[in-house]
Design a protein around this ligand. Structure first.
Ligand code: SF4
Length: 280
């Protein structure tokens, strides 16, 4: 086990993850609904498809290198689909579109040439001011060029707004590795939807600035936590928010504040198929 990585079943003290940091910056009440109230959400077919393809690629890279071919990936896709519950399977529809995503993946790299240190790797770090960070790396590759964090994206390369979110994740993962390994990694985003990739290596100065942003987010979270003063911030994202019915900005009423959970806020929002990945 490498510094900063934790077993998937180890207790998870409160920490900030990329998803929850994005939520809080978008709307503090959304953060509360997801991380503290833990209100259930129904993943969209696109989110579910992404979860399935992540599970397939995780298993593919668990095979001997020589066996990681398209036929093996298609077989793994069938296995993962069979493990979904009937409601999830129905939500994906007759053709879940996995063949196209896997074809996009094989256009981007030959997995037989990949040497990875870990898949679905939980990594934790603490900033100088004590801000706790936690992230799950899709894959951490090793090679002559150093460490590379690989992040699979099941959609096409993002729009400008989506790119900001993707870059937020890139900086977060790079910061986690920089703080636990002492060296900033390269980060590769593999957009399977249109077989394009983006490779970035944030500078130390960028990461230091980003650490300041995350410290400010965590300070705001911990200020609101004792009383539950997480305020709504209505905007275009409300159209996609499953919790409008409980949101005061839309005439709703949140449940009584349950208090800061003993086991910390939830840091992953979406249910994952039962494939052995870290629990929610
Ligand atoms: S509906 Fe909008 S304002 Fe309300 S919690 Fe959701 S994102 Fe926030």
């Amino acid at each position: 086990m490498t510094a900063g990585a934790a077993p998937a079943d180890a207790p998870r003290p409160p920490a900030l993850s990329p998803s929850r940091a994005v939520d809080f910056r978008r709307c503090a009440l959304l953060y509360r609904f997801r991380a503290v109230d833990r209100l259930p959400e129904t993943p969209s077919p696109g989110a579910l498809r992404g979860t399935v393809v992540h599970a397939v690629l995780e298993r593919l890279h668990g095979l001997d290198a020589a066996d990681r071919d398209p036929a093996a990936a298609r077989e793994l896709a069938r296995t993962v689909l069979d493990e979904l519950d009937p409601a999830e399977r129905a939500r994906l529809g007759e053709d879940p579109g996995l063949d196209g995503l896997l074809a996009g993946y094989f256009d981007l790299e030959d997995p037989r040439t990949v040497t990875s240190e870990g898949r679905e790797l939980r990594v934790e770090a603490e900033l100088g001011d004590g801000t706790p960070l936690r992230g799950y790396l899709d894959r951490l590759d090793t090679g002559p060029g150093g460490l590379t964090v690989v992040d699979y994206k099941s959609g096409p390369a993002p729009t400008v707004r989506g790119e900001m979110r993707a870059l937020f994740g890139v900086r977060f993962y790079a910061l986690l590795l920089a703080r636990t390994r002492g060296v900033a990694p390269t980060v590769r985003l593999l957009h399977l939807g249109n077989a394009t990739s983006l490779t970035l290596r944030p500078t130390t100065a960028e990461l230091d600035r980003f650490a300041g942003v995350l410290a400010a987010v965590w300070a705001a979270v911990t200020r609101a936590a004792p009383t539950g003063d997480f305020r709504p911030n209505p905007g275009p994202g409300c159209s996609y928010c499953e919790h409008r019915g409980r949101c005061p900005a839309w005439g709703g009423e949140p449940l009584p504040y349950p208090g800061w959970p003993d086991d910390g806020p939830v840091d992953l929002p979406l249910p994952r198929p039962r494939t052995g990945e870290p629990p929610l």
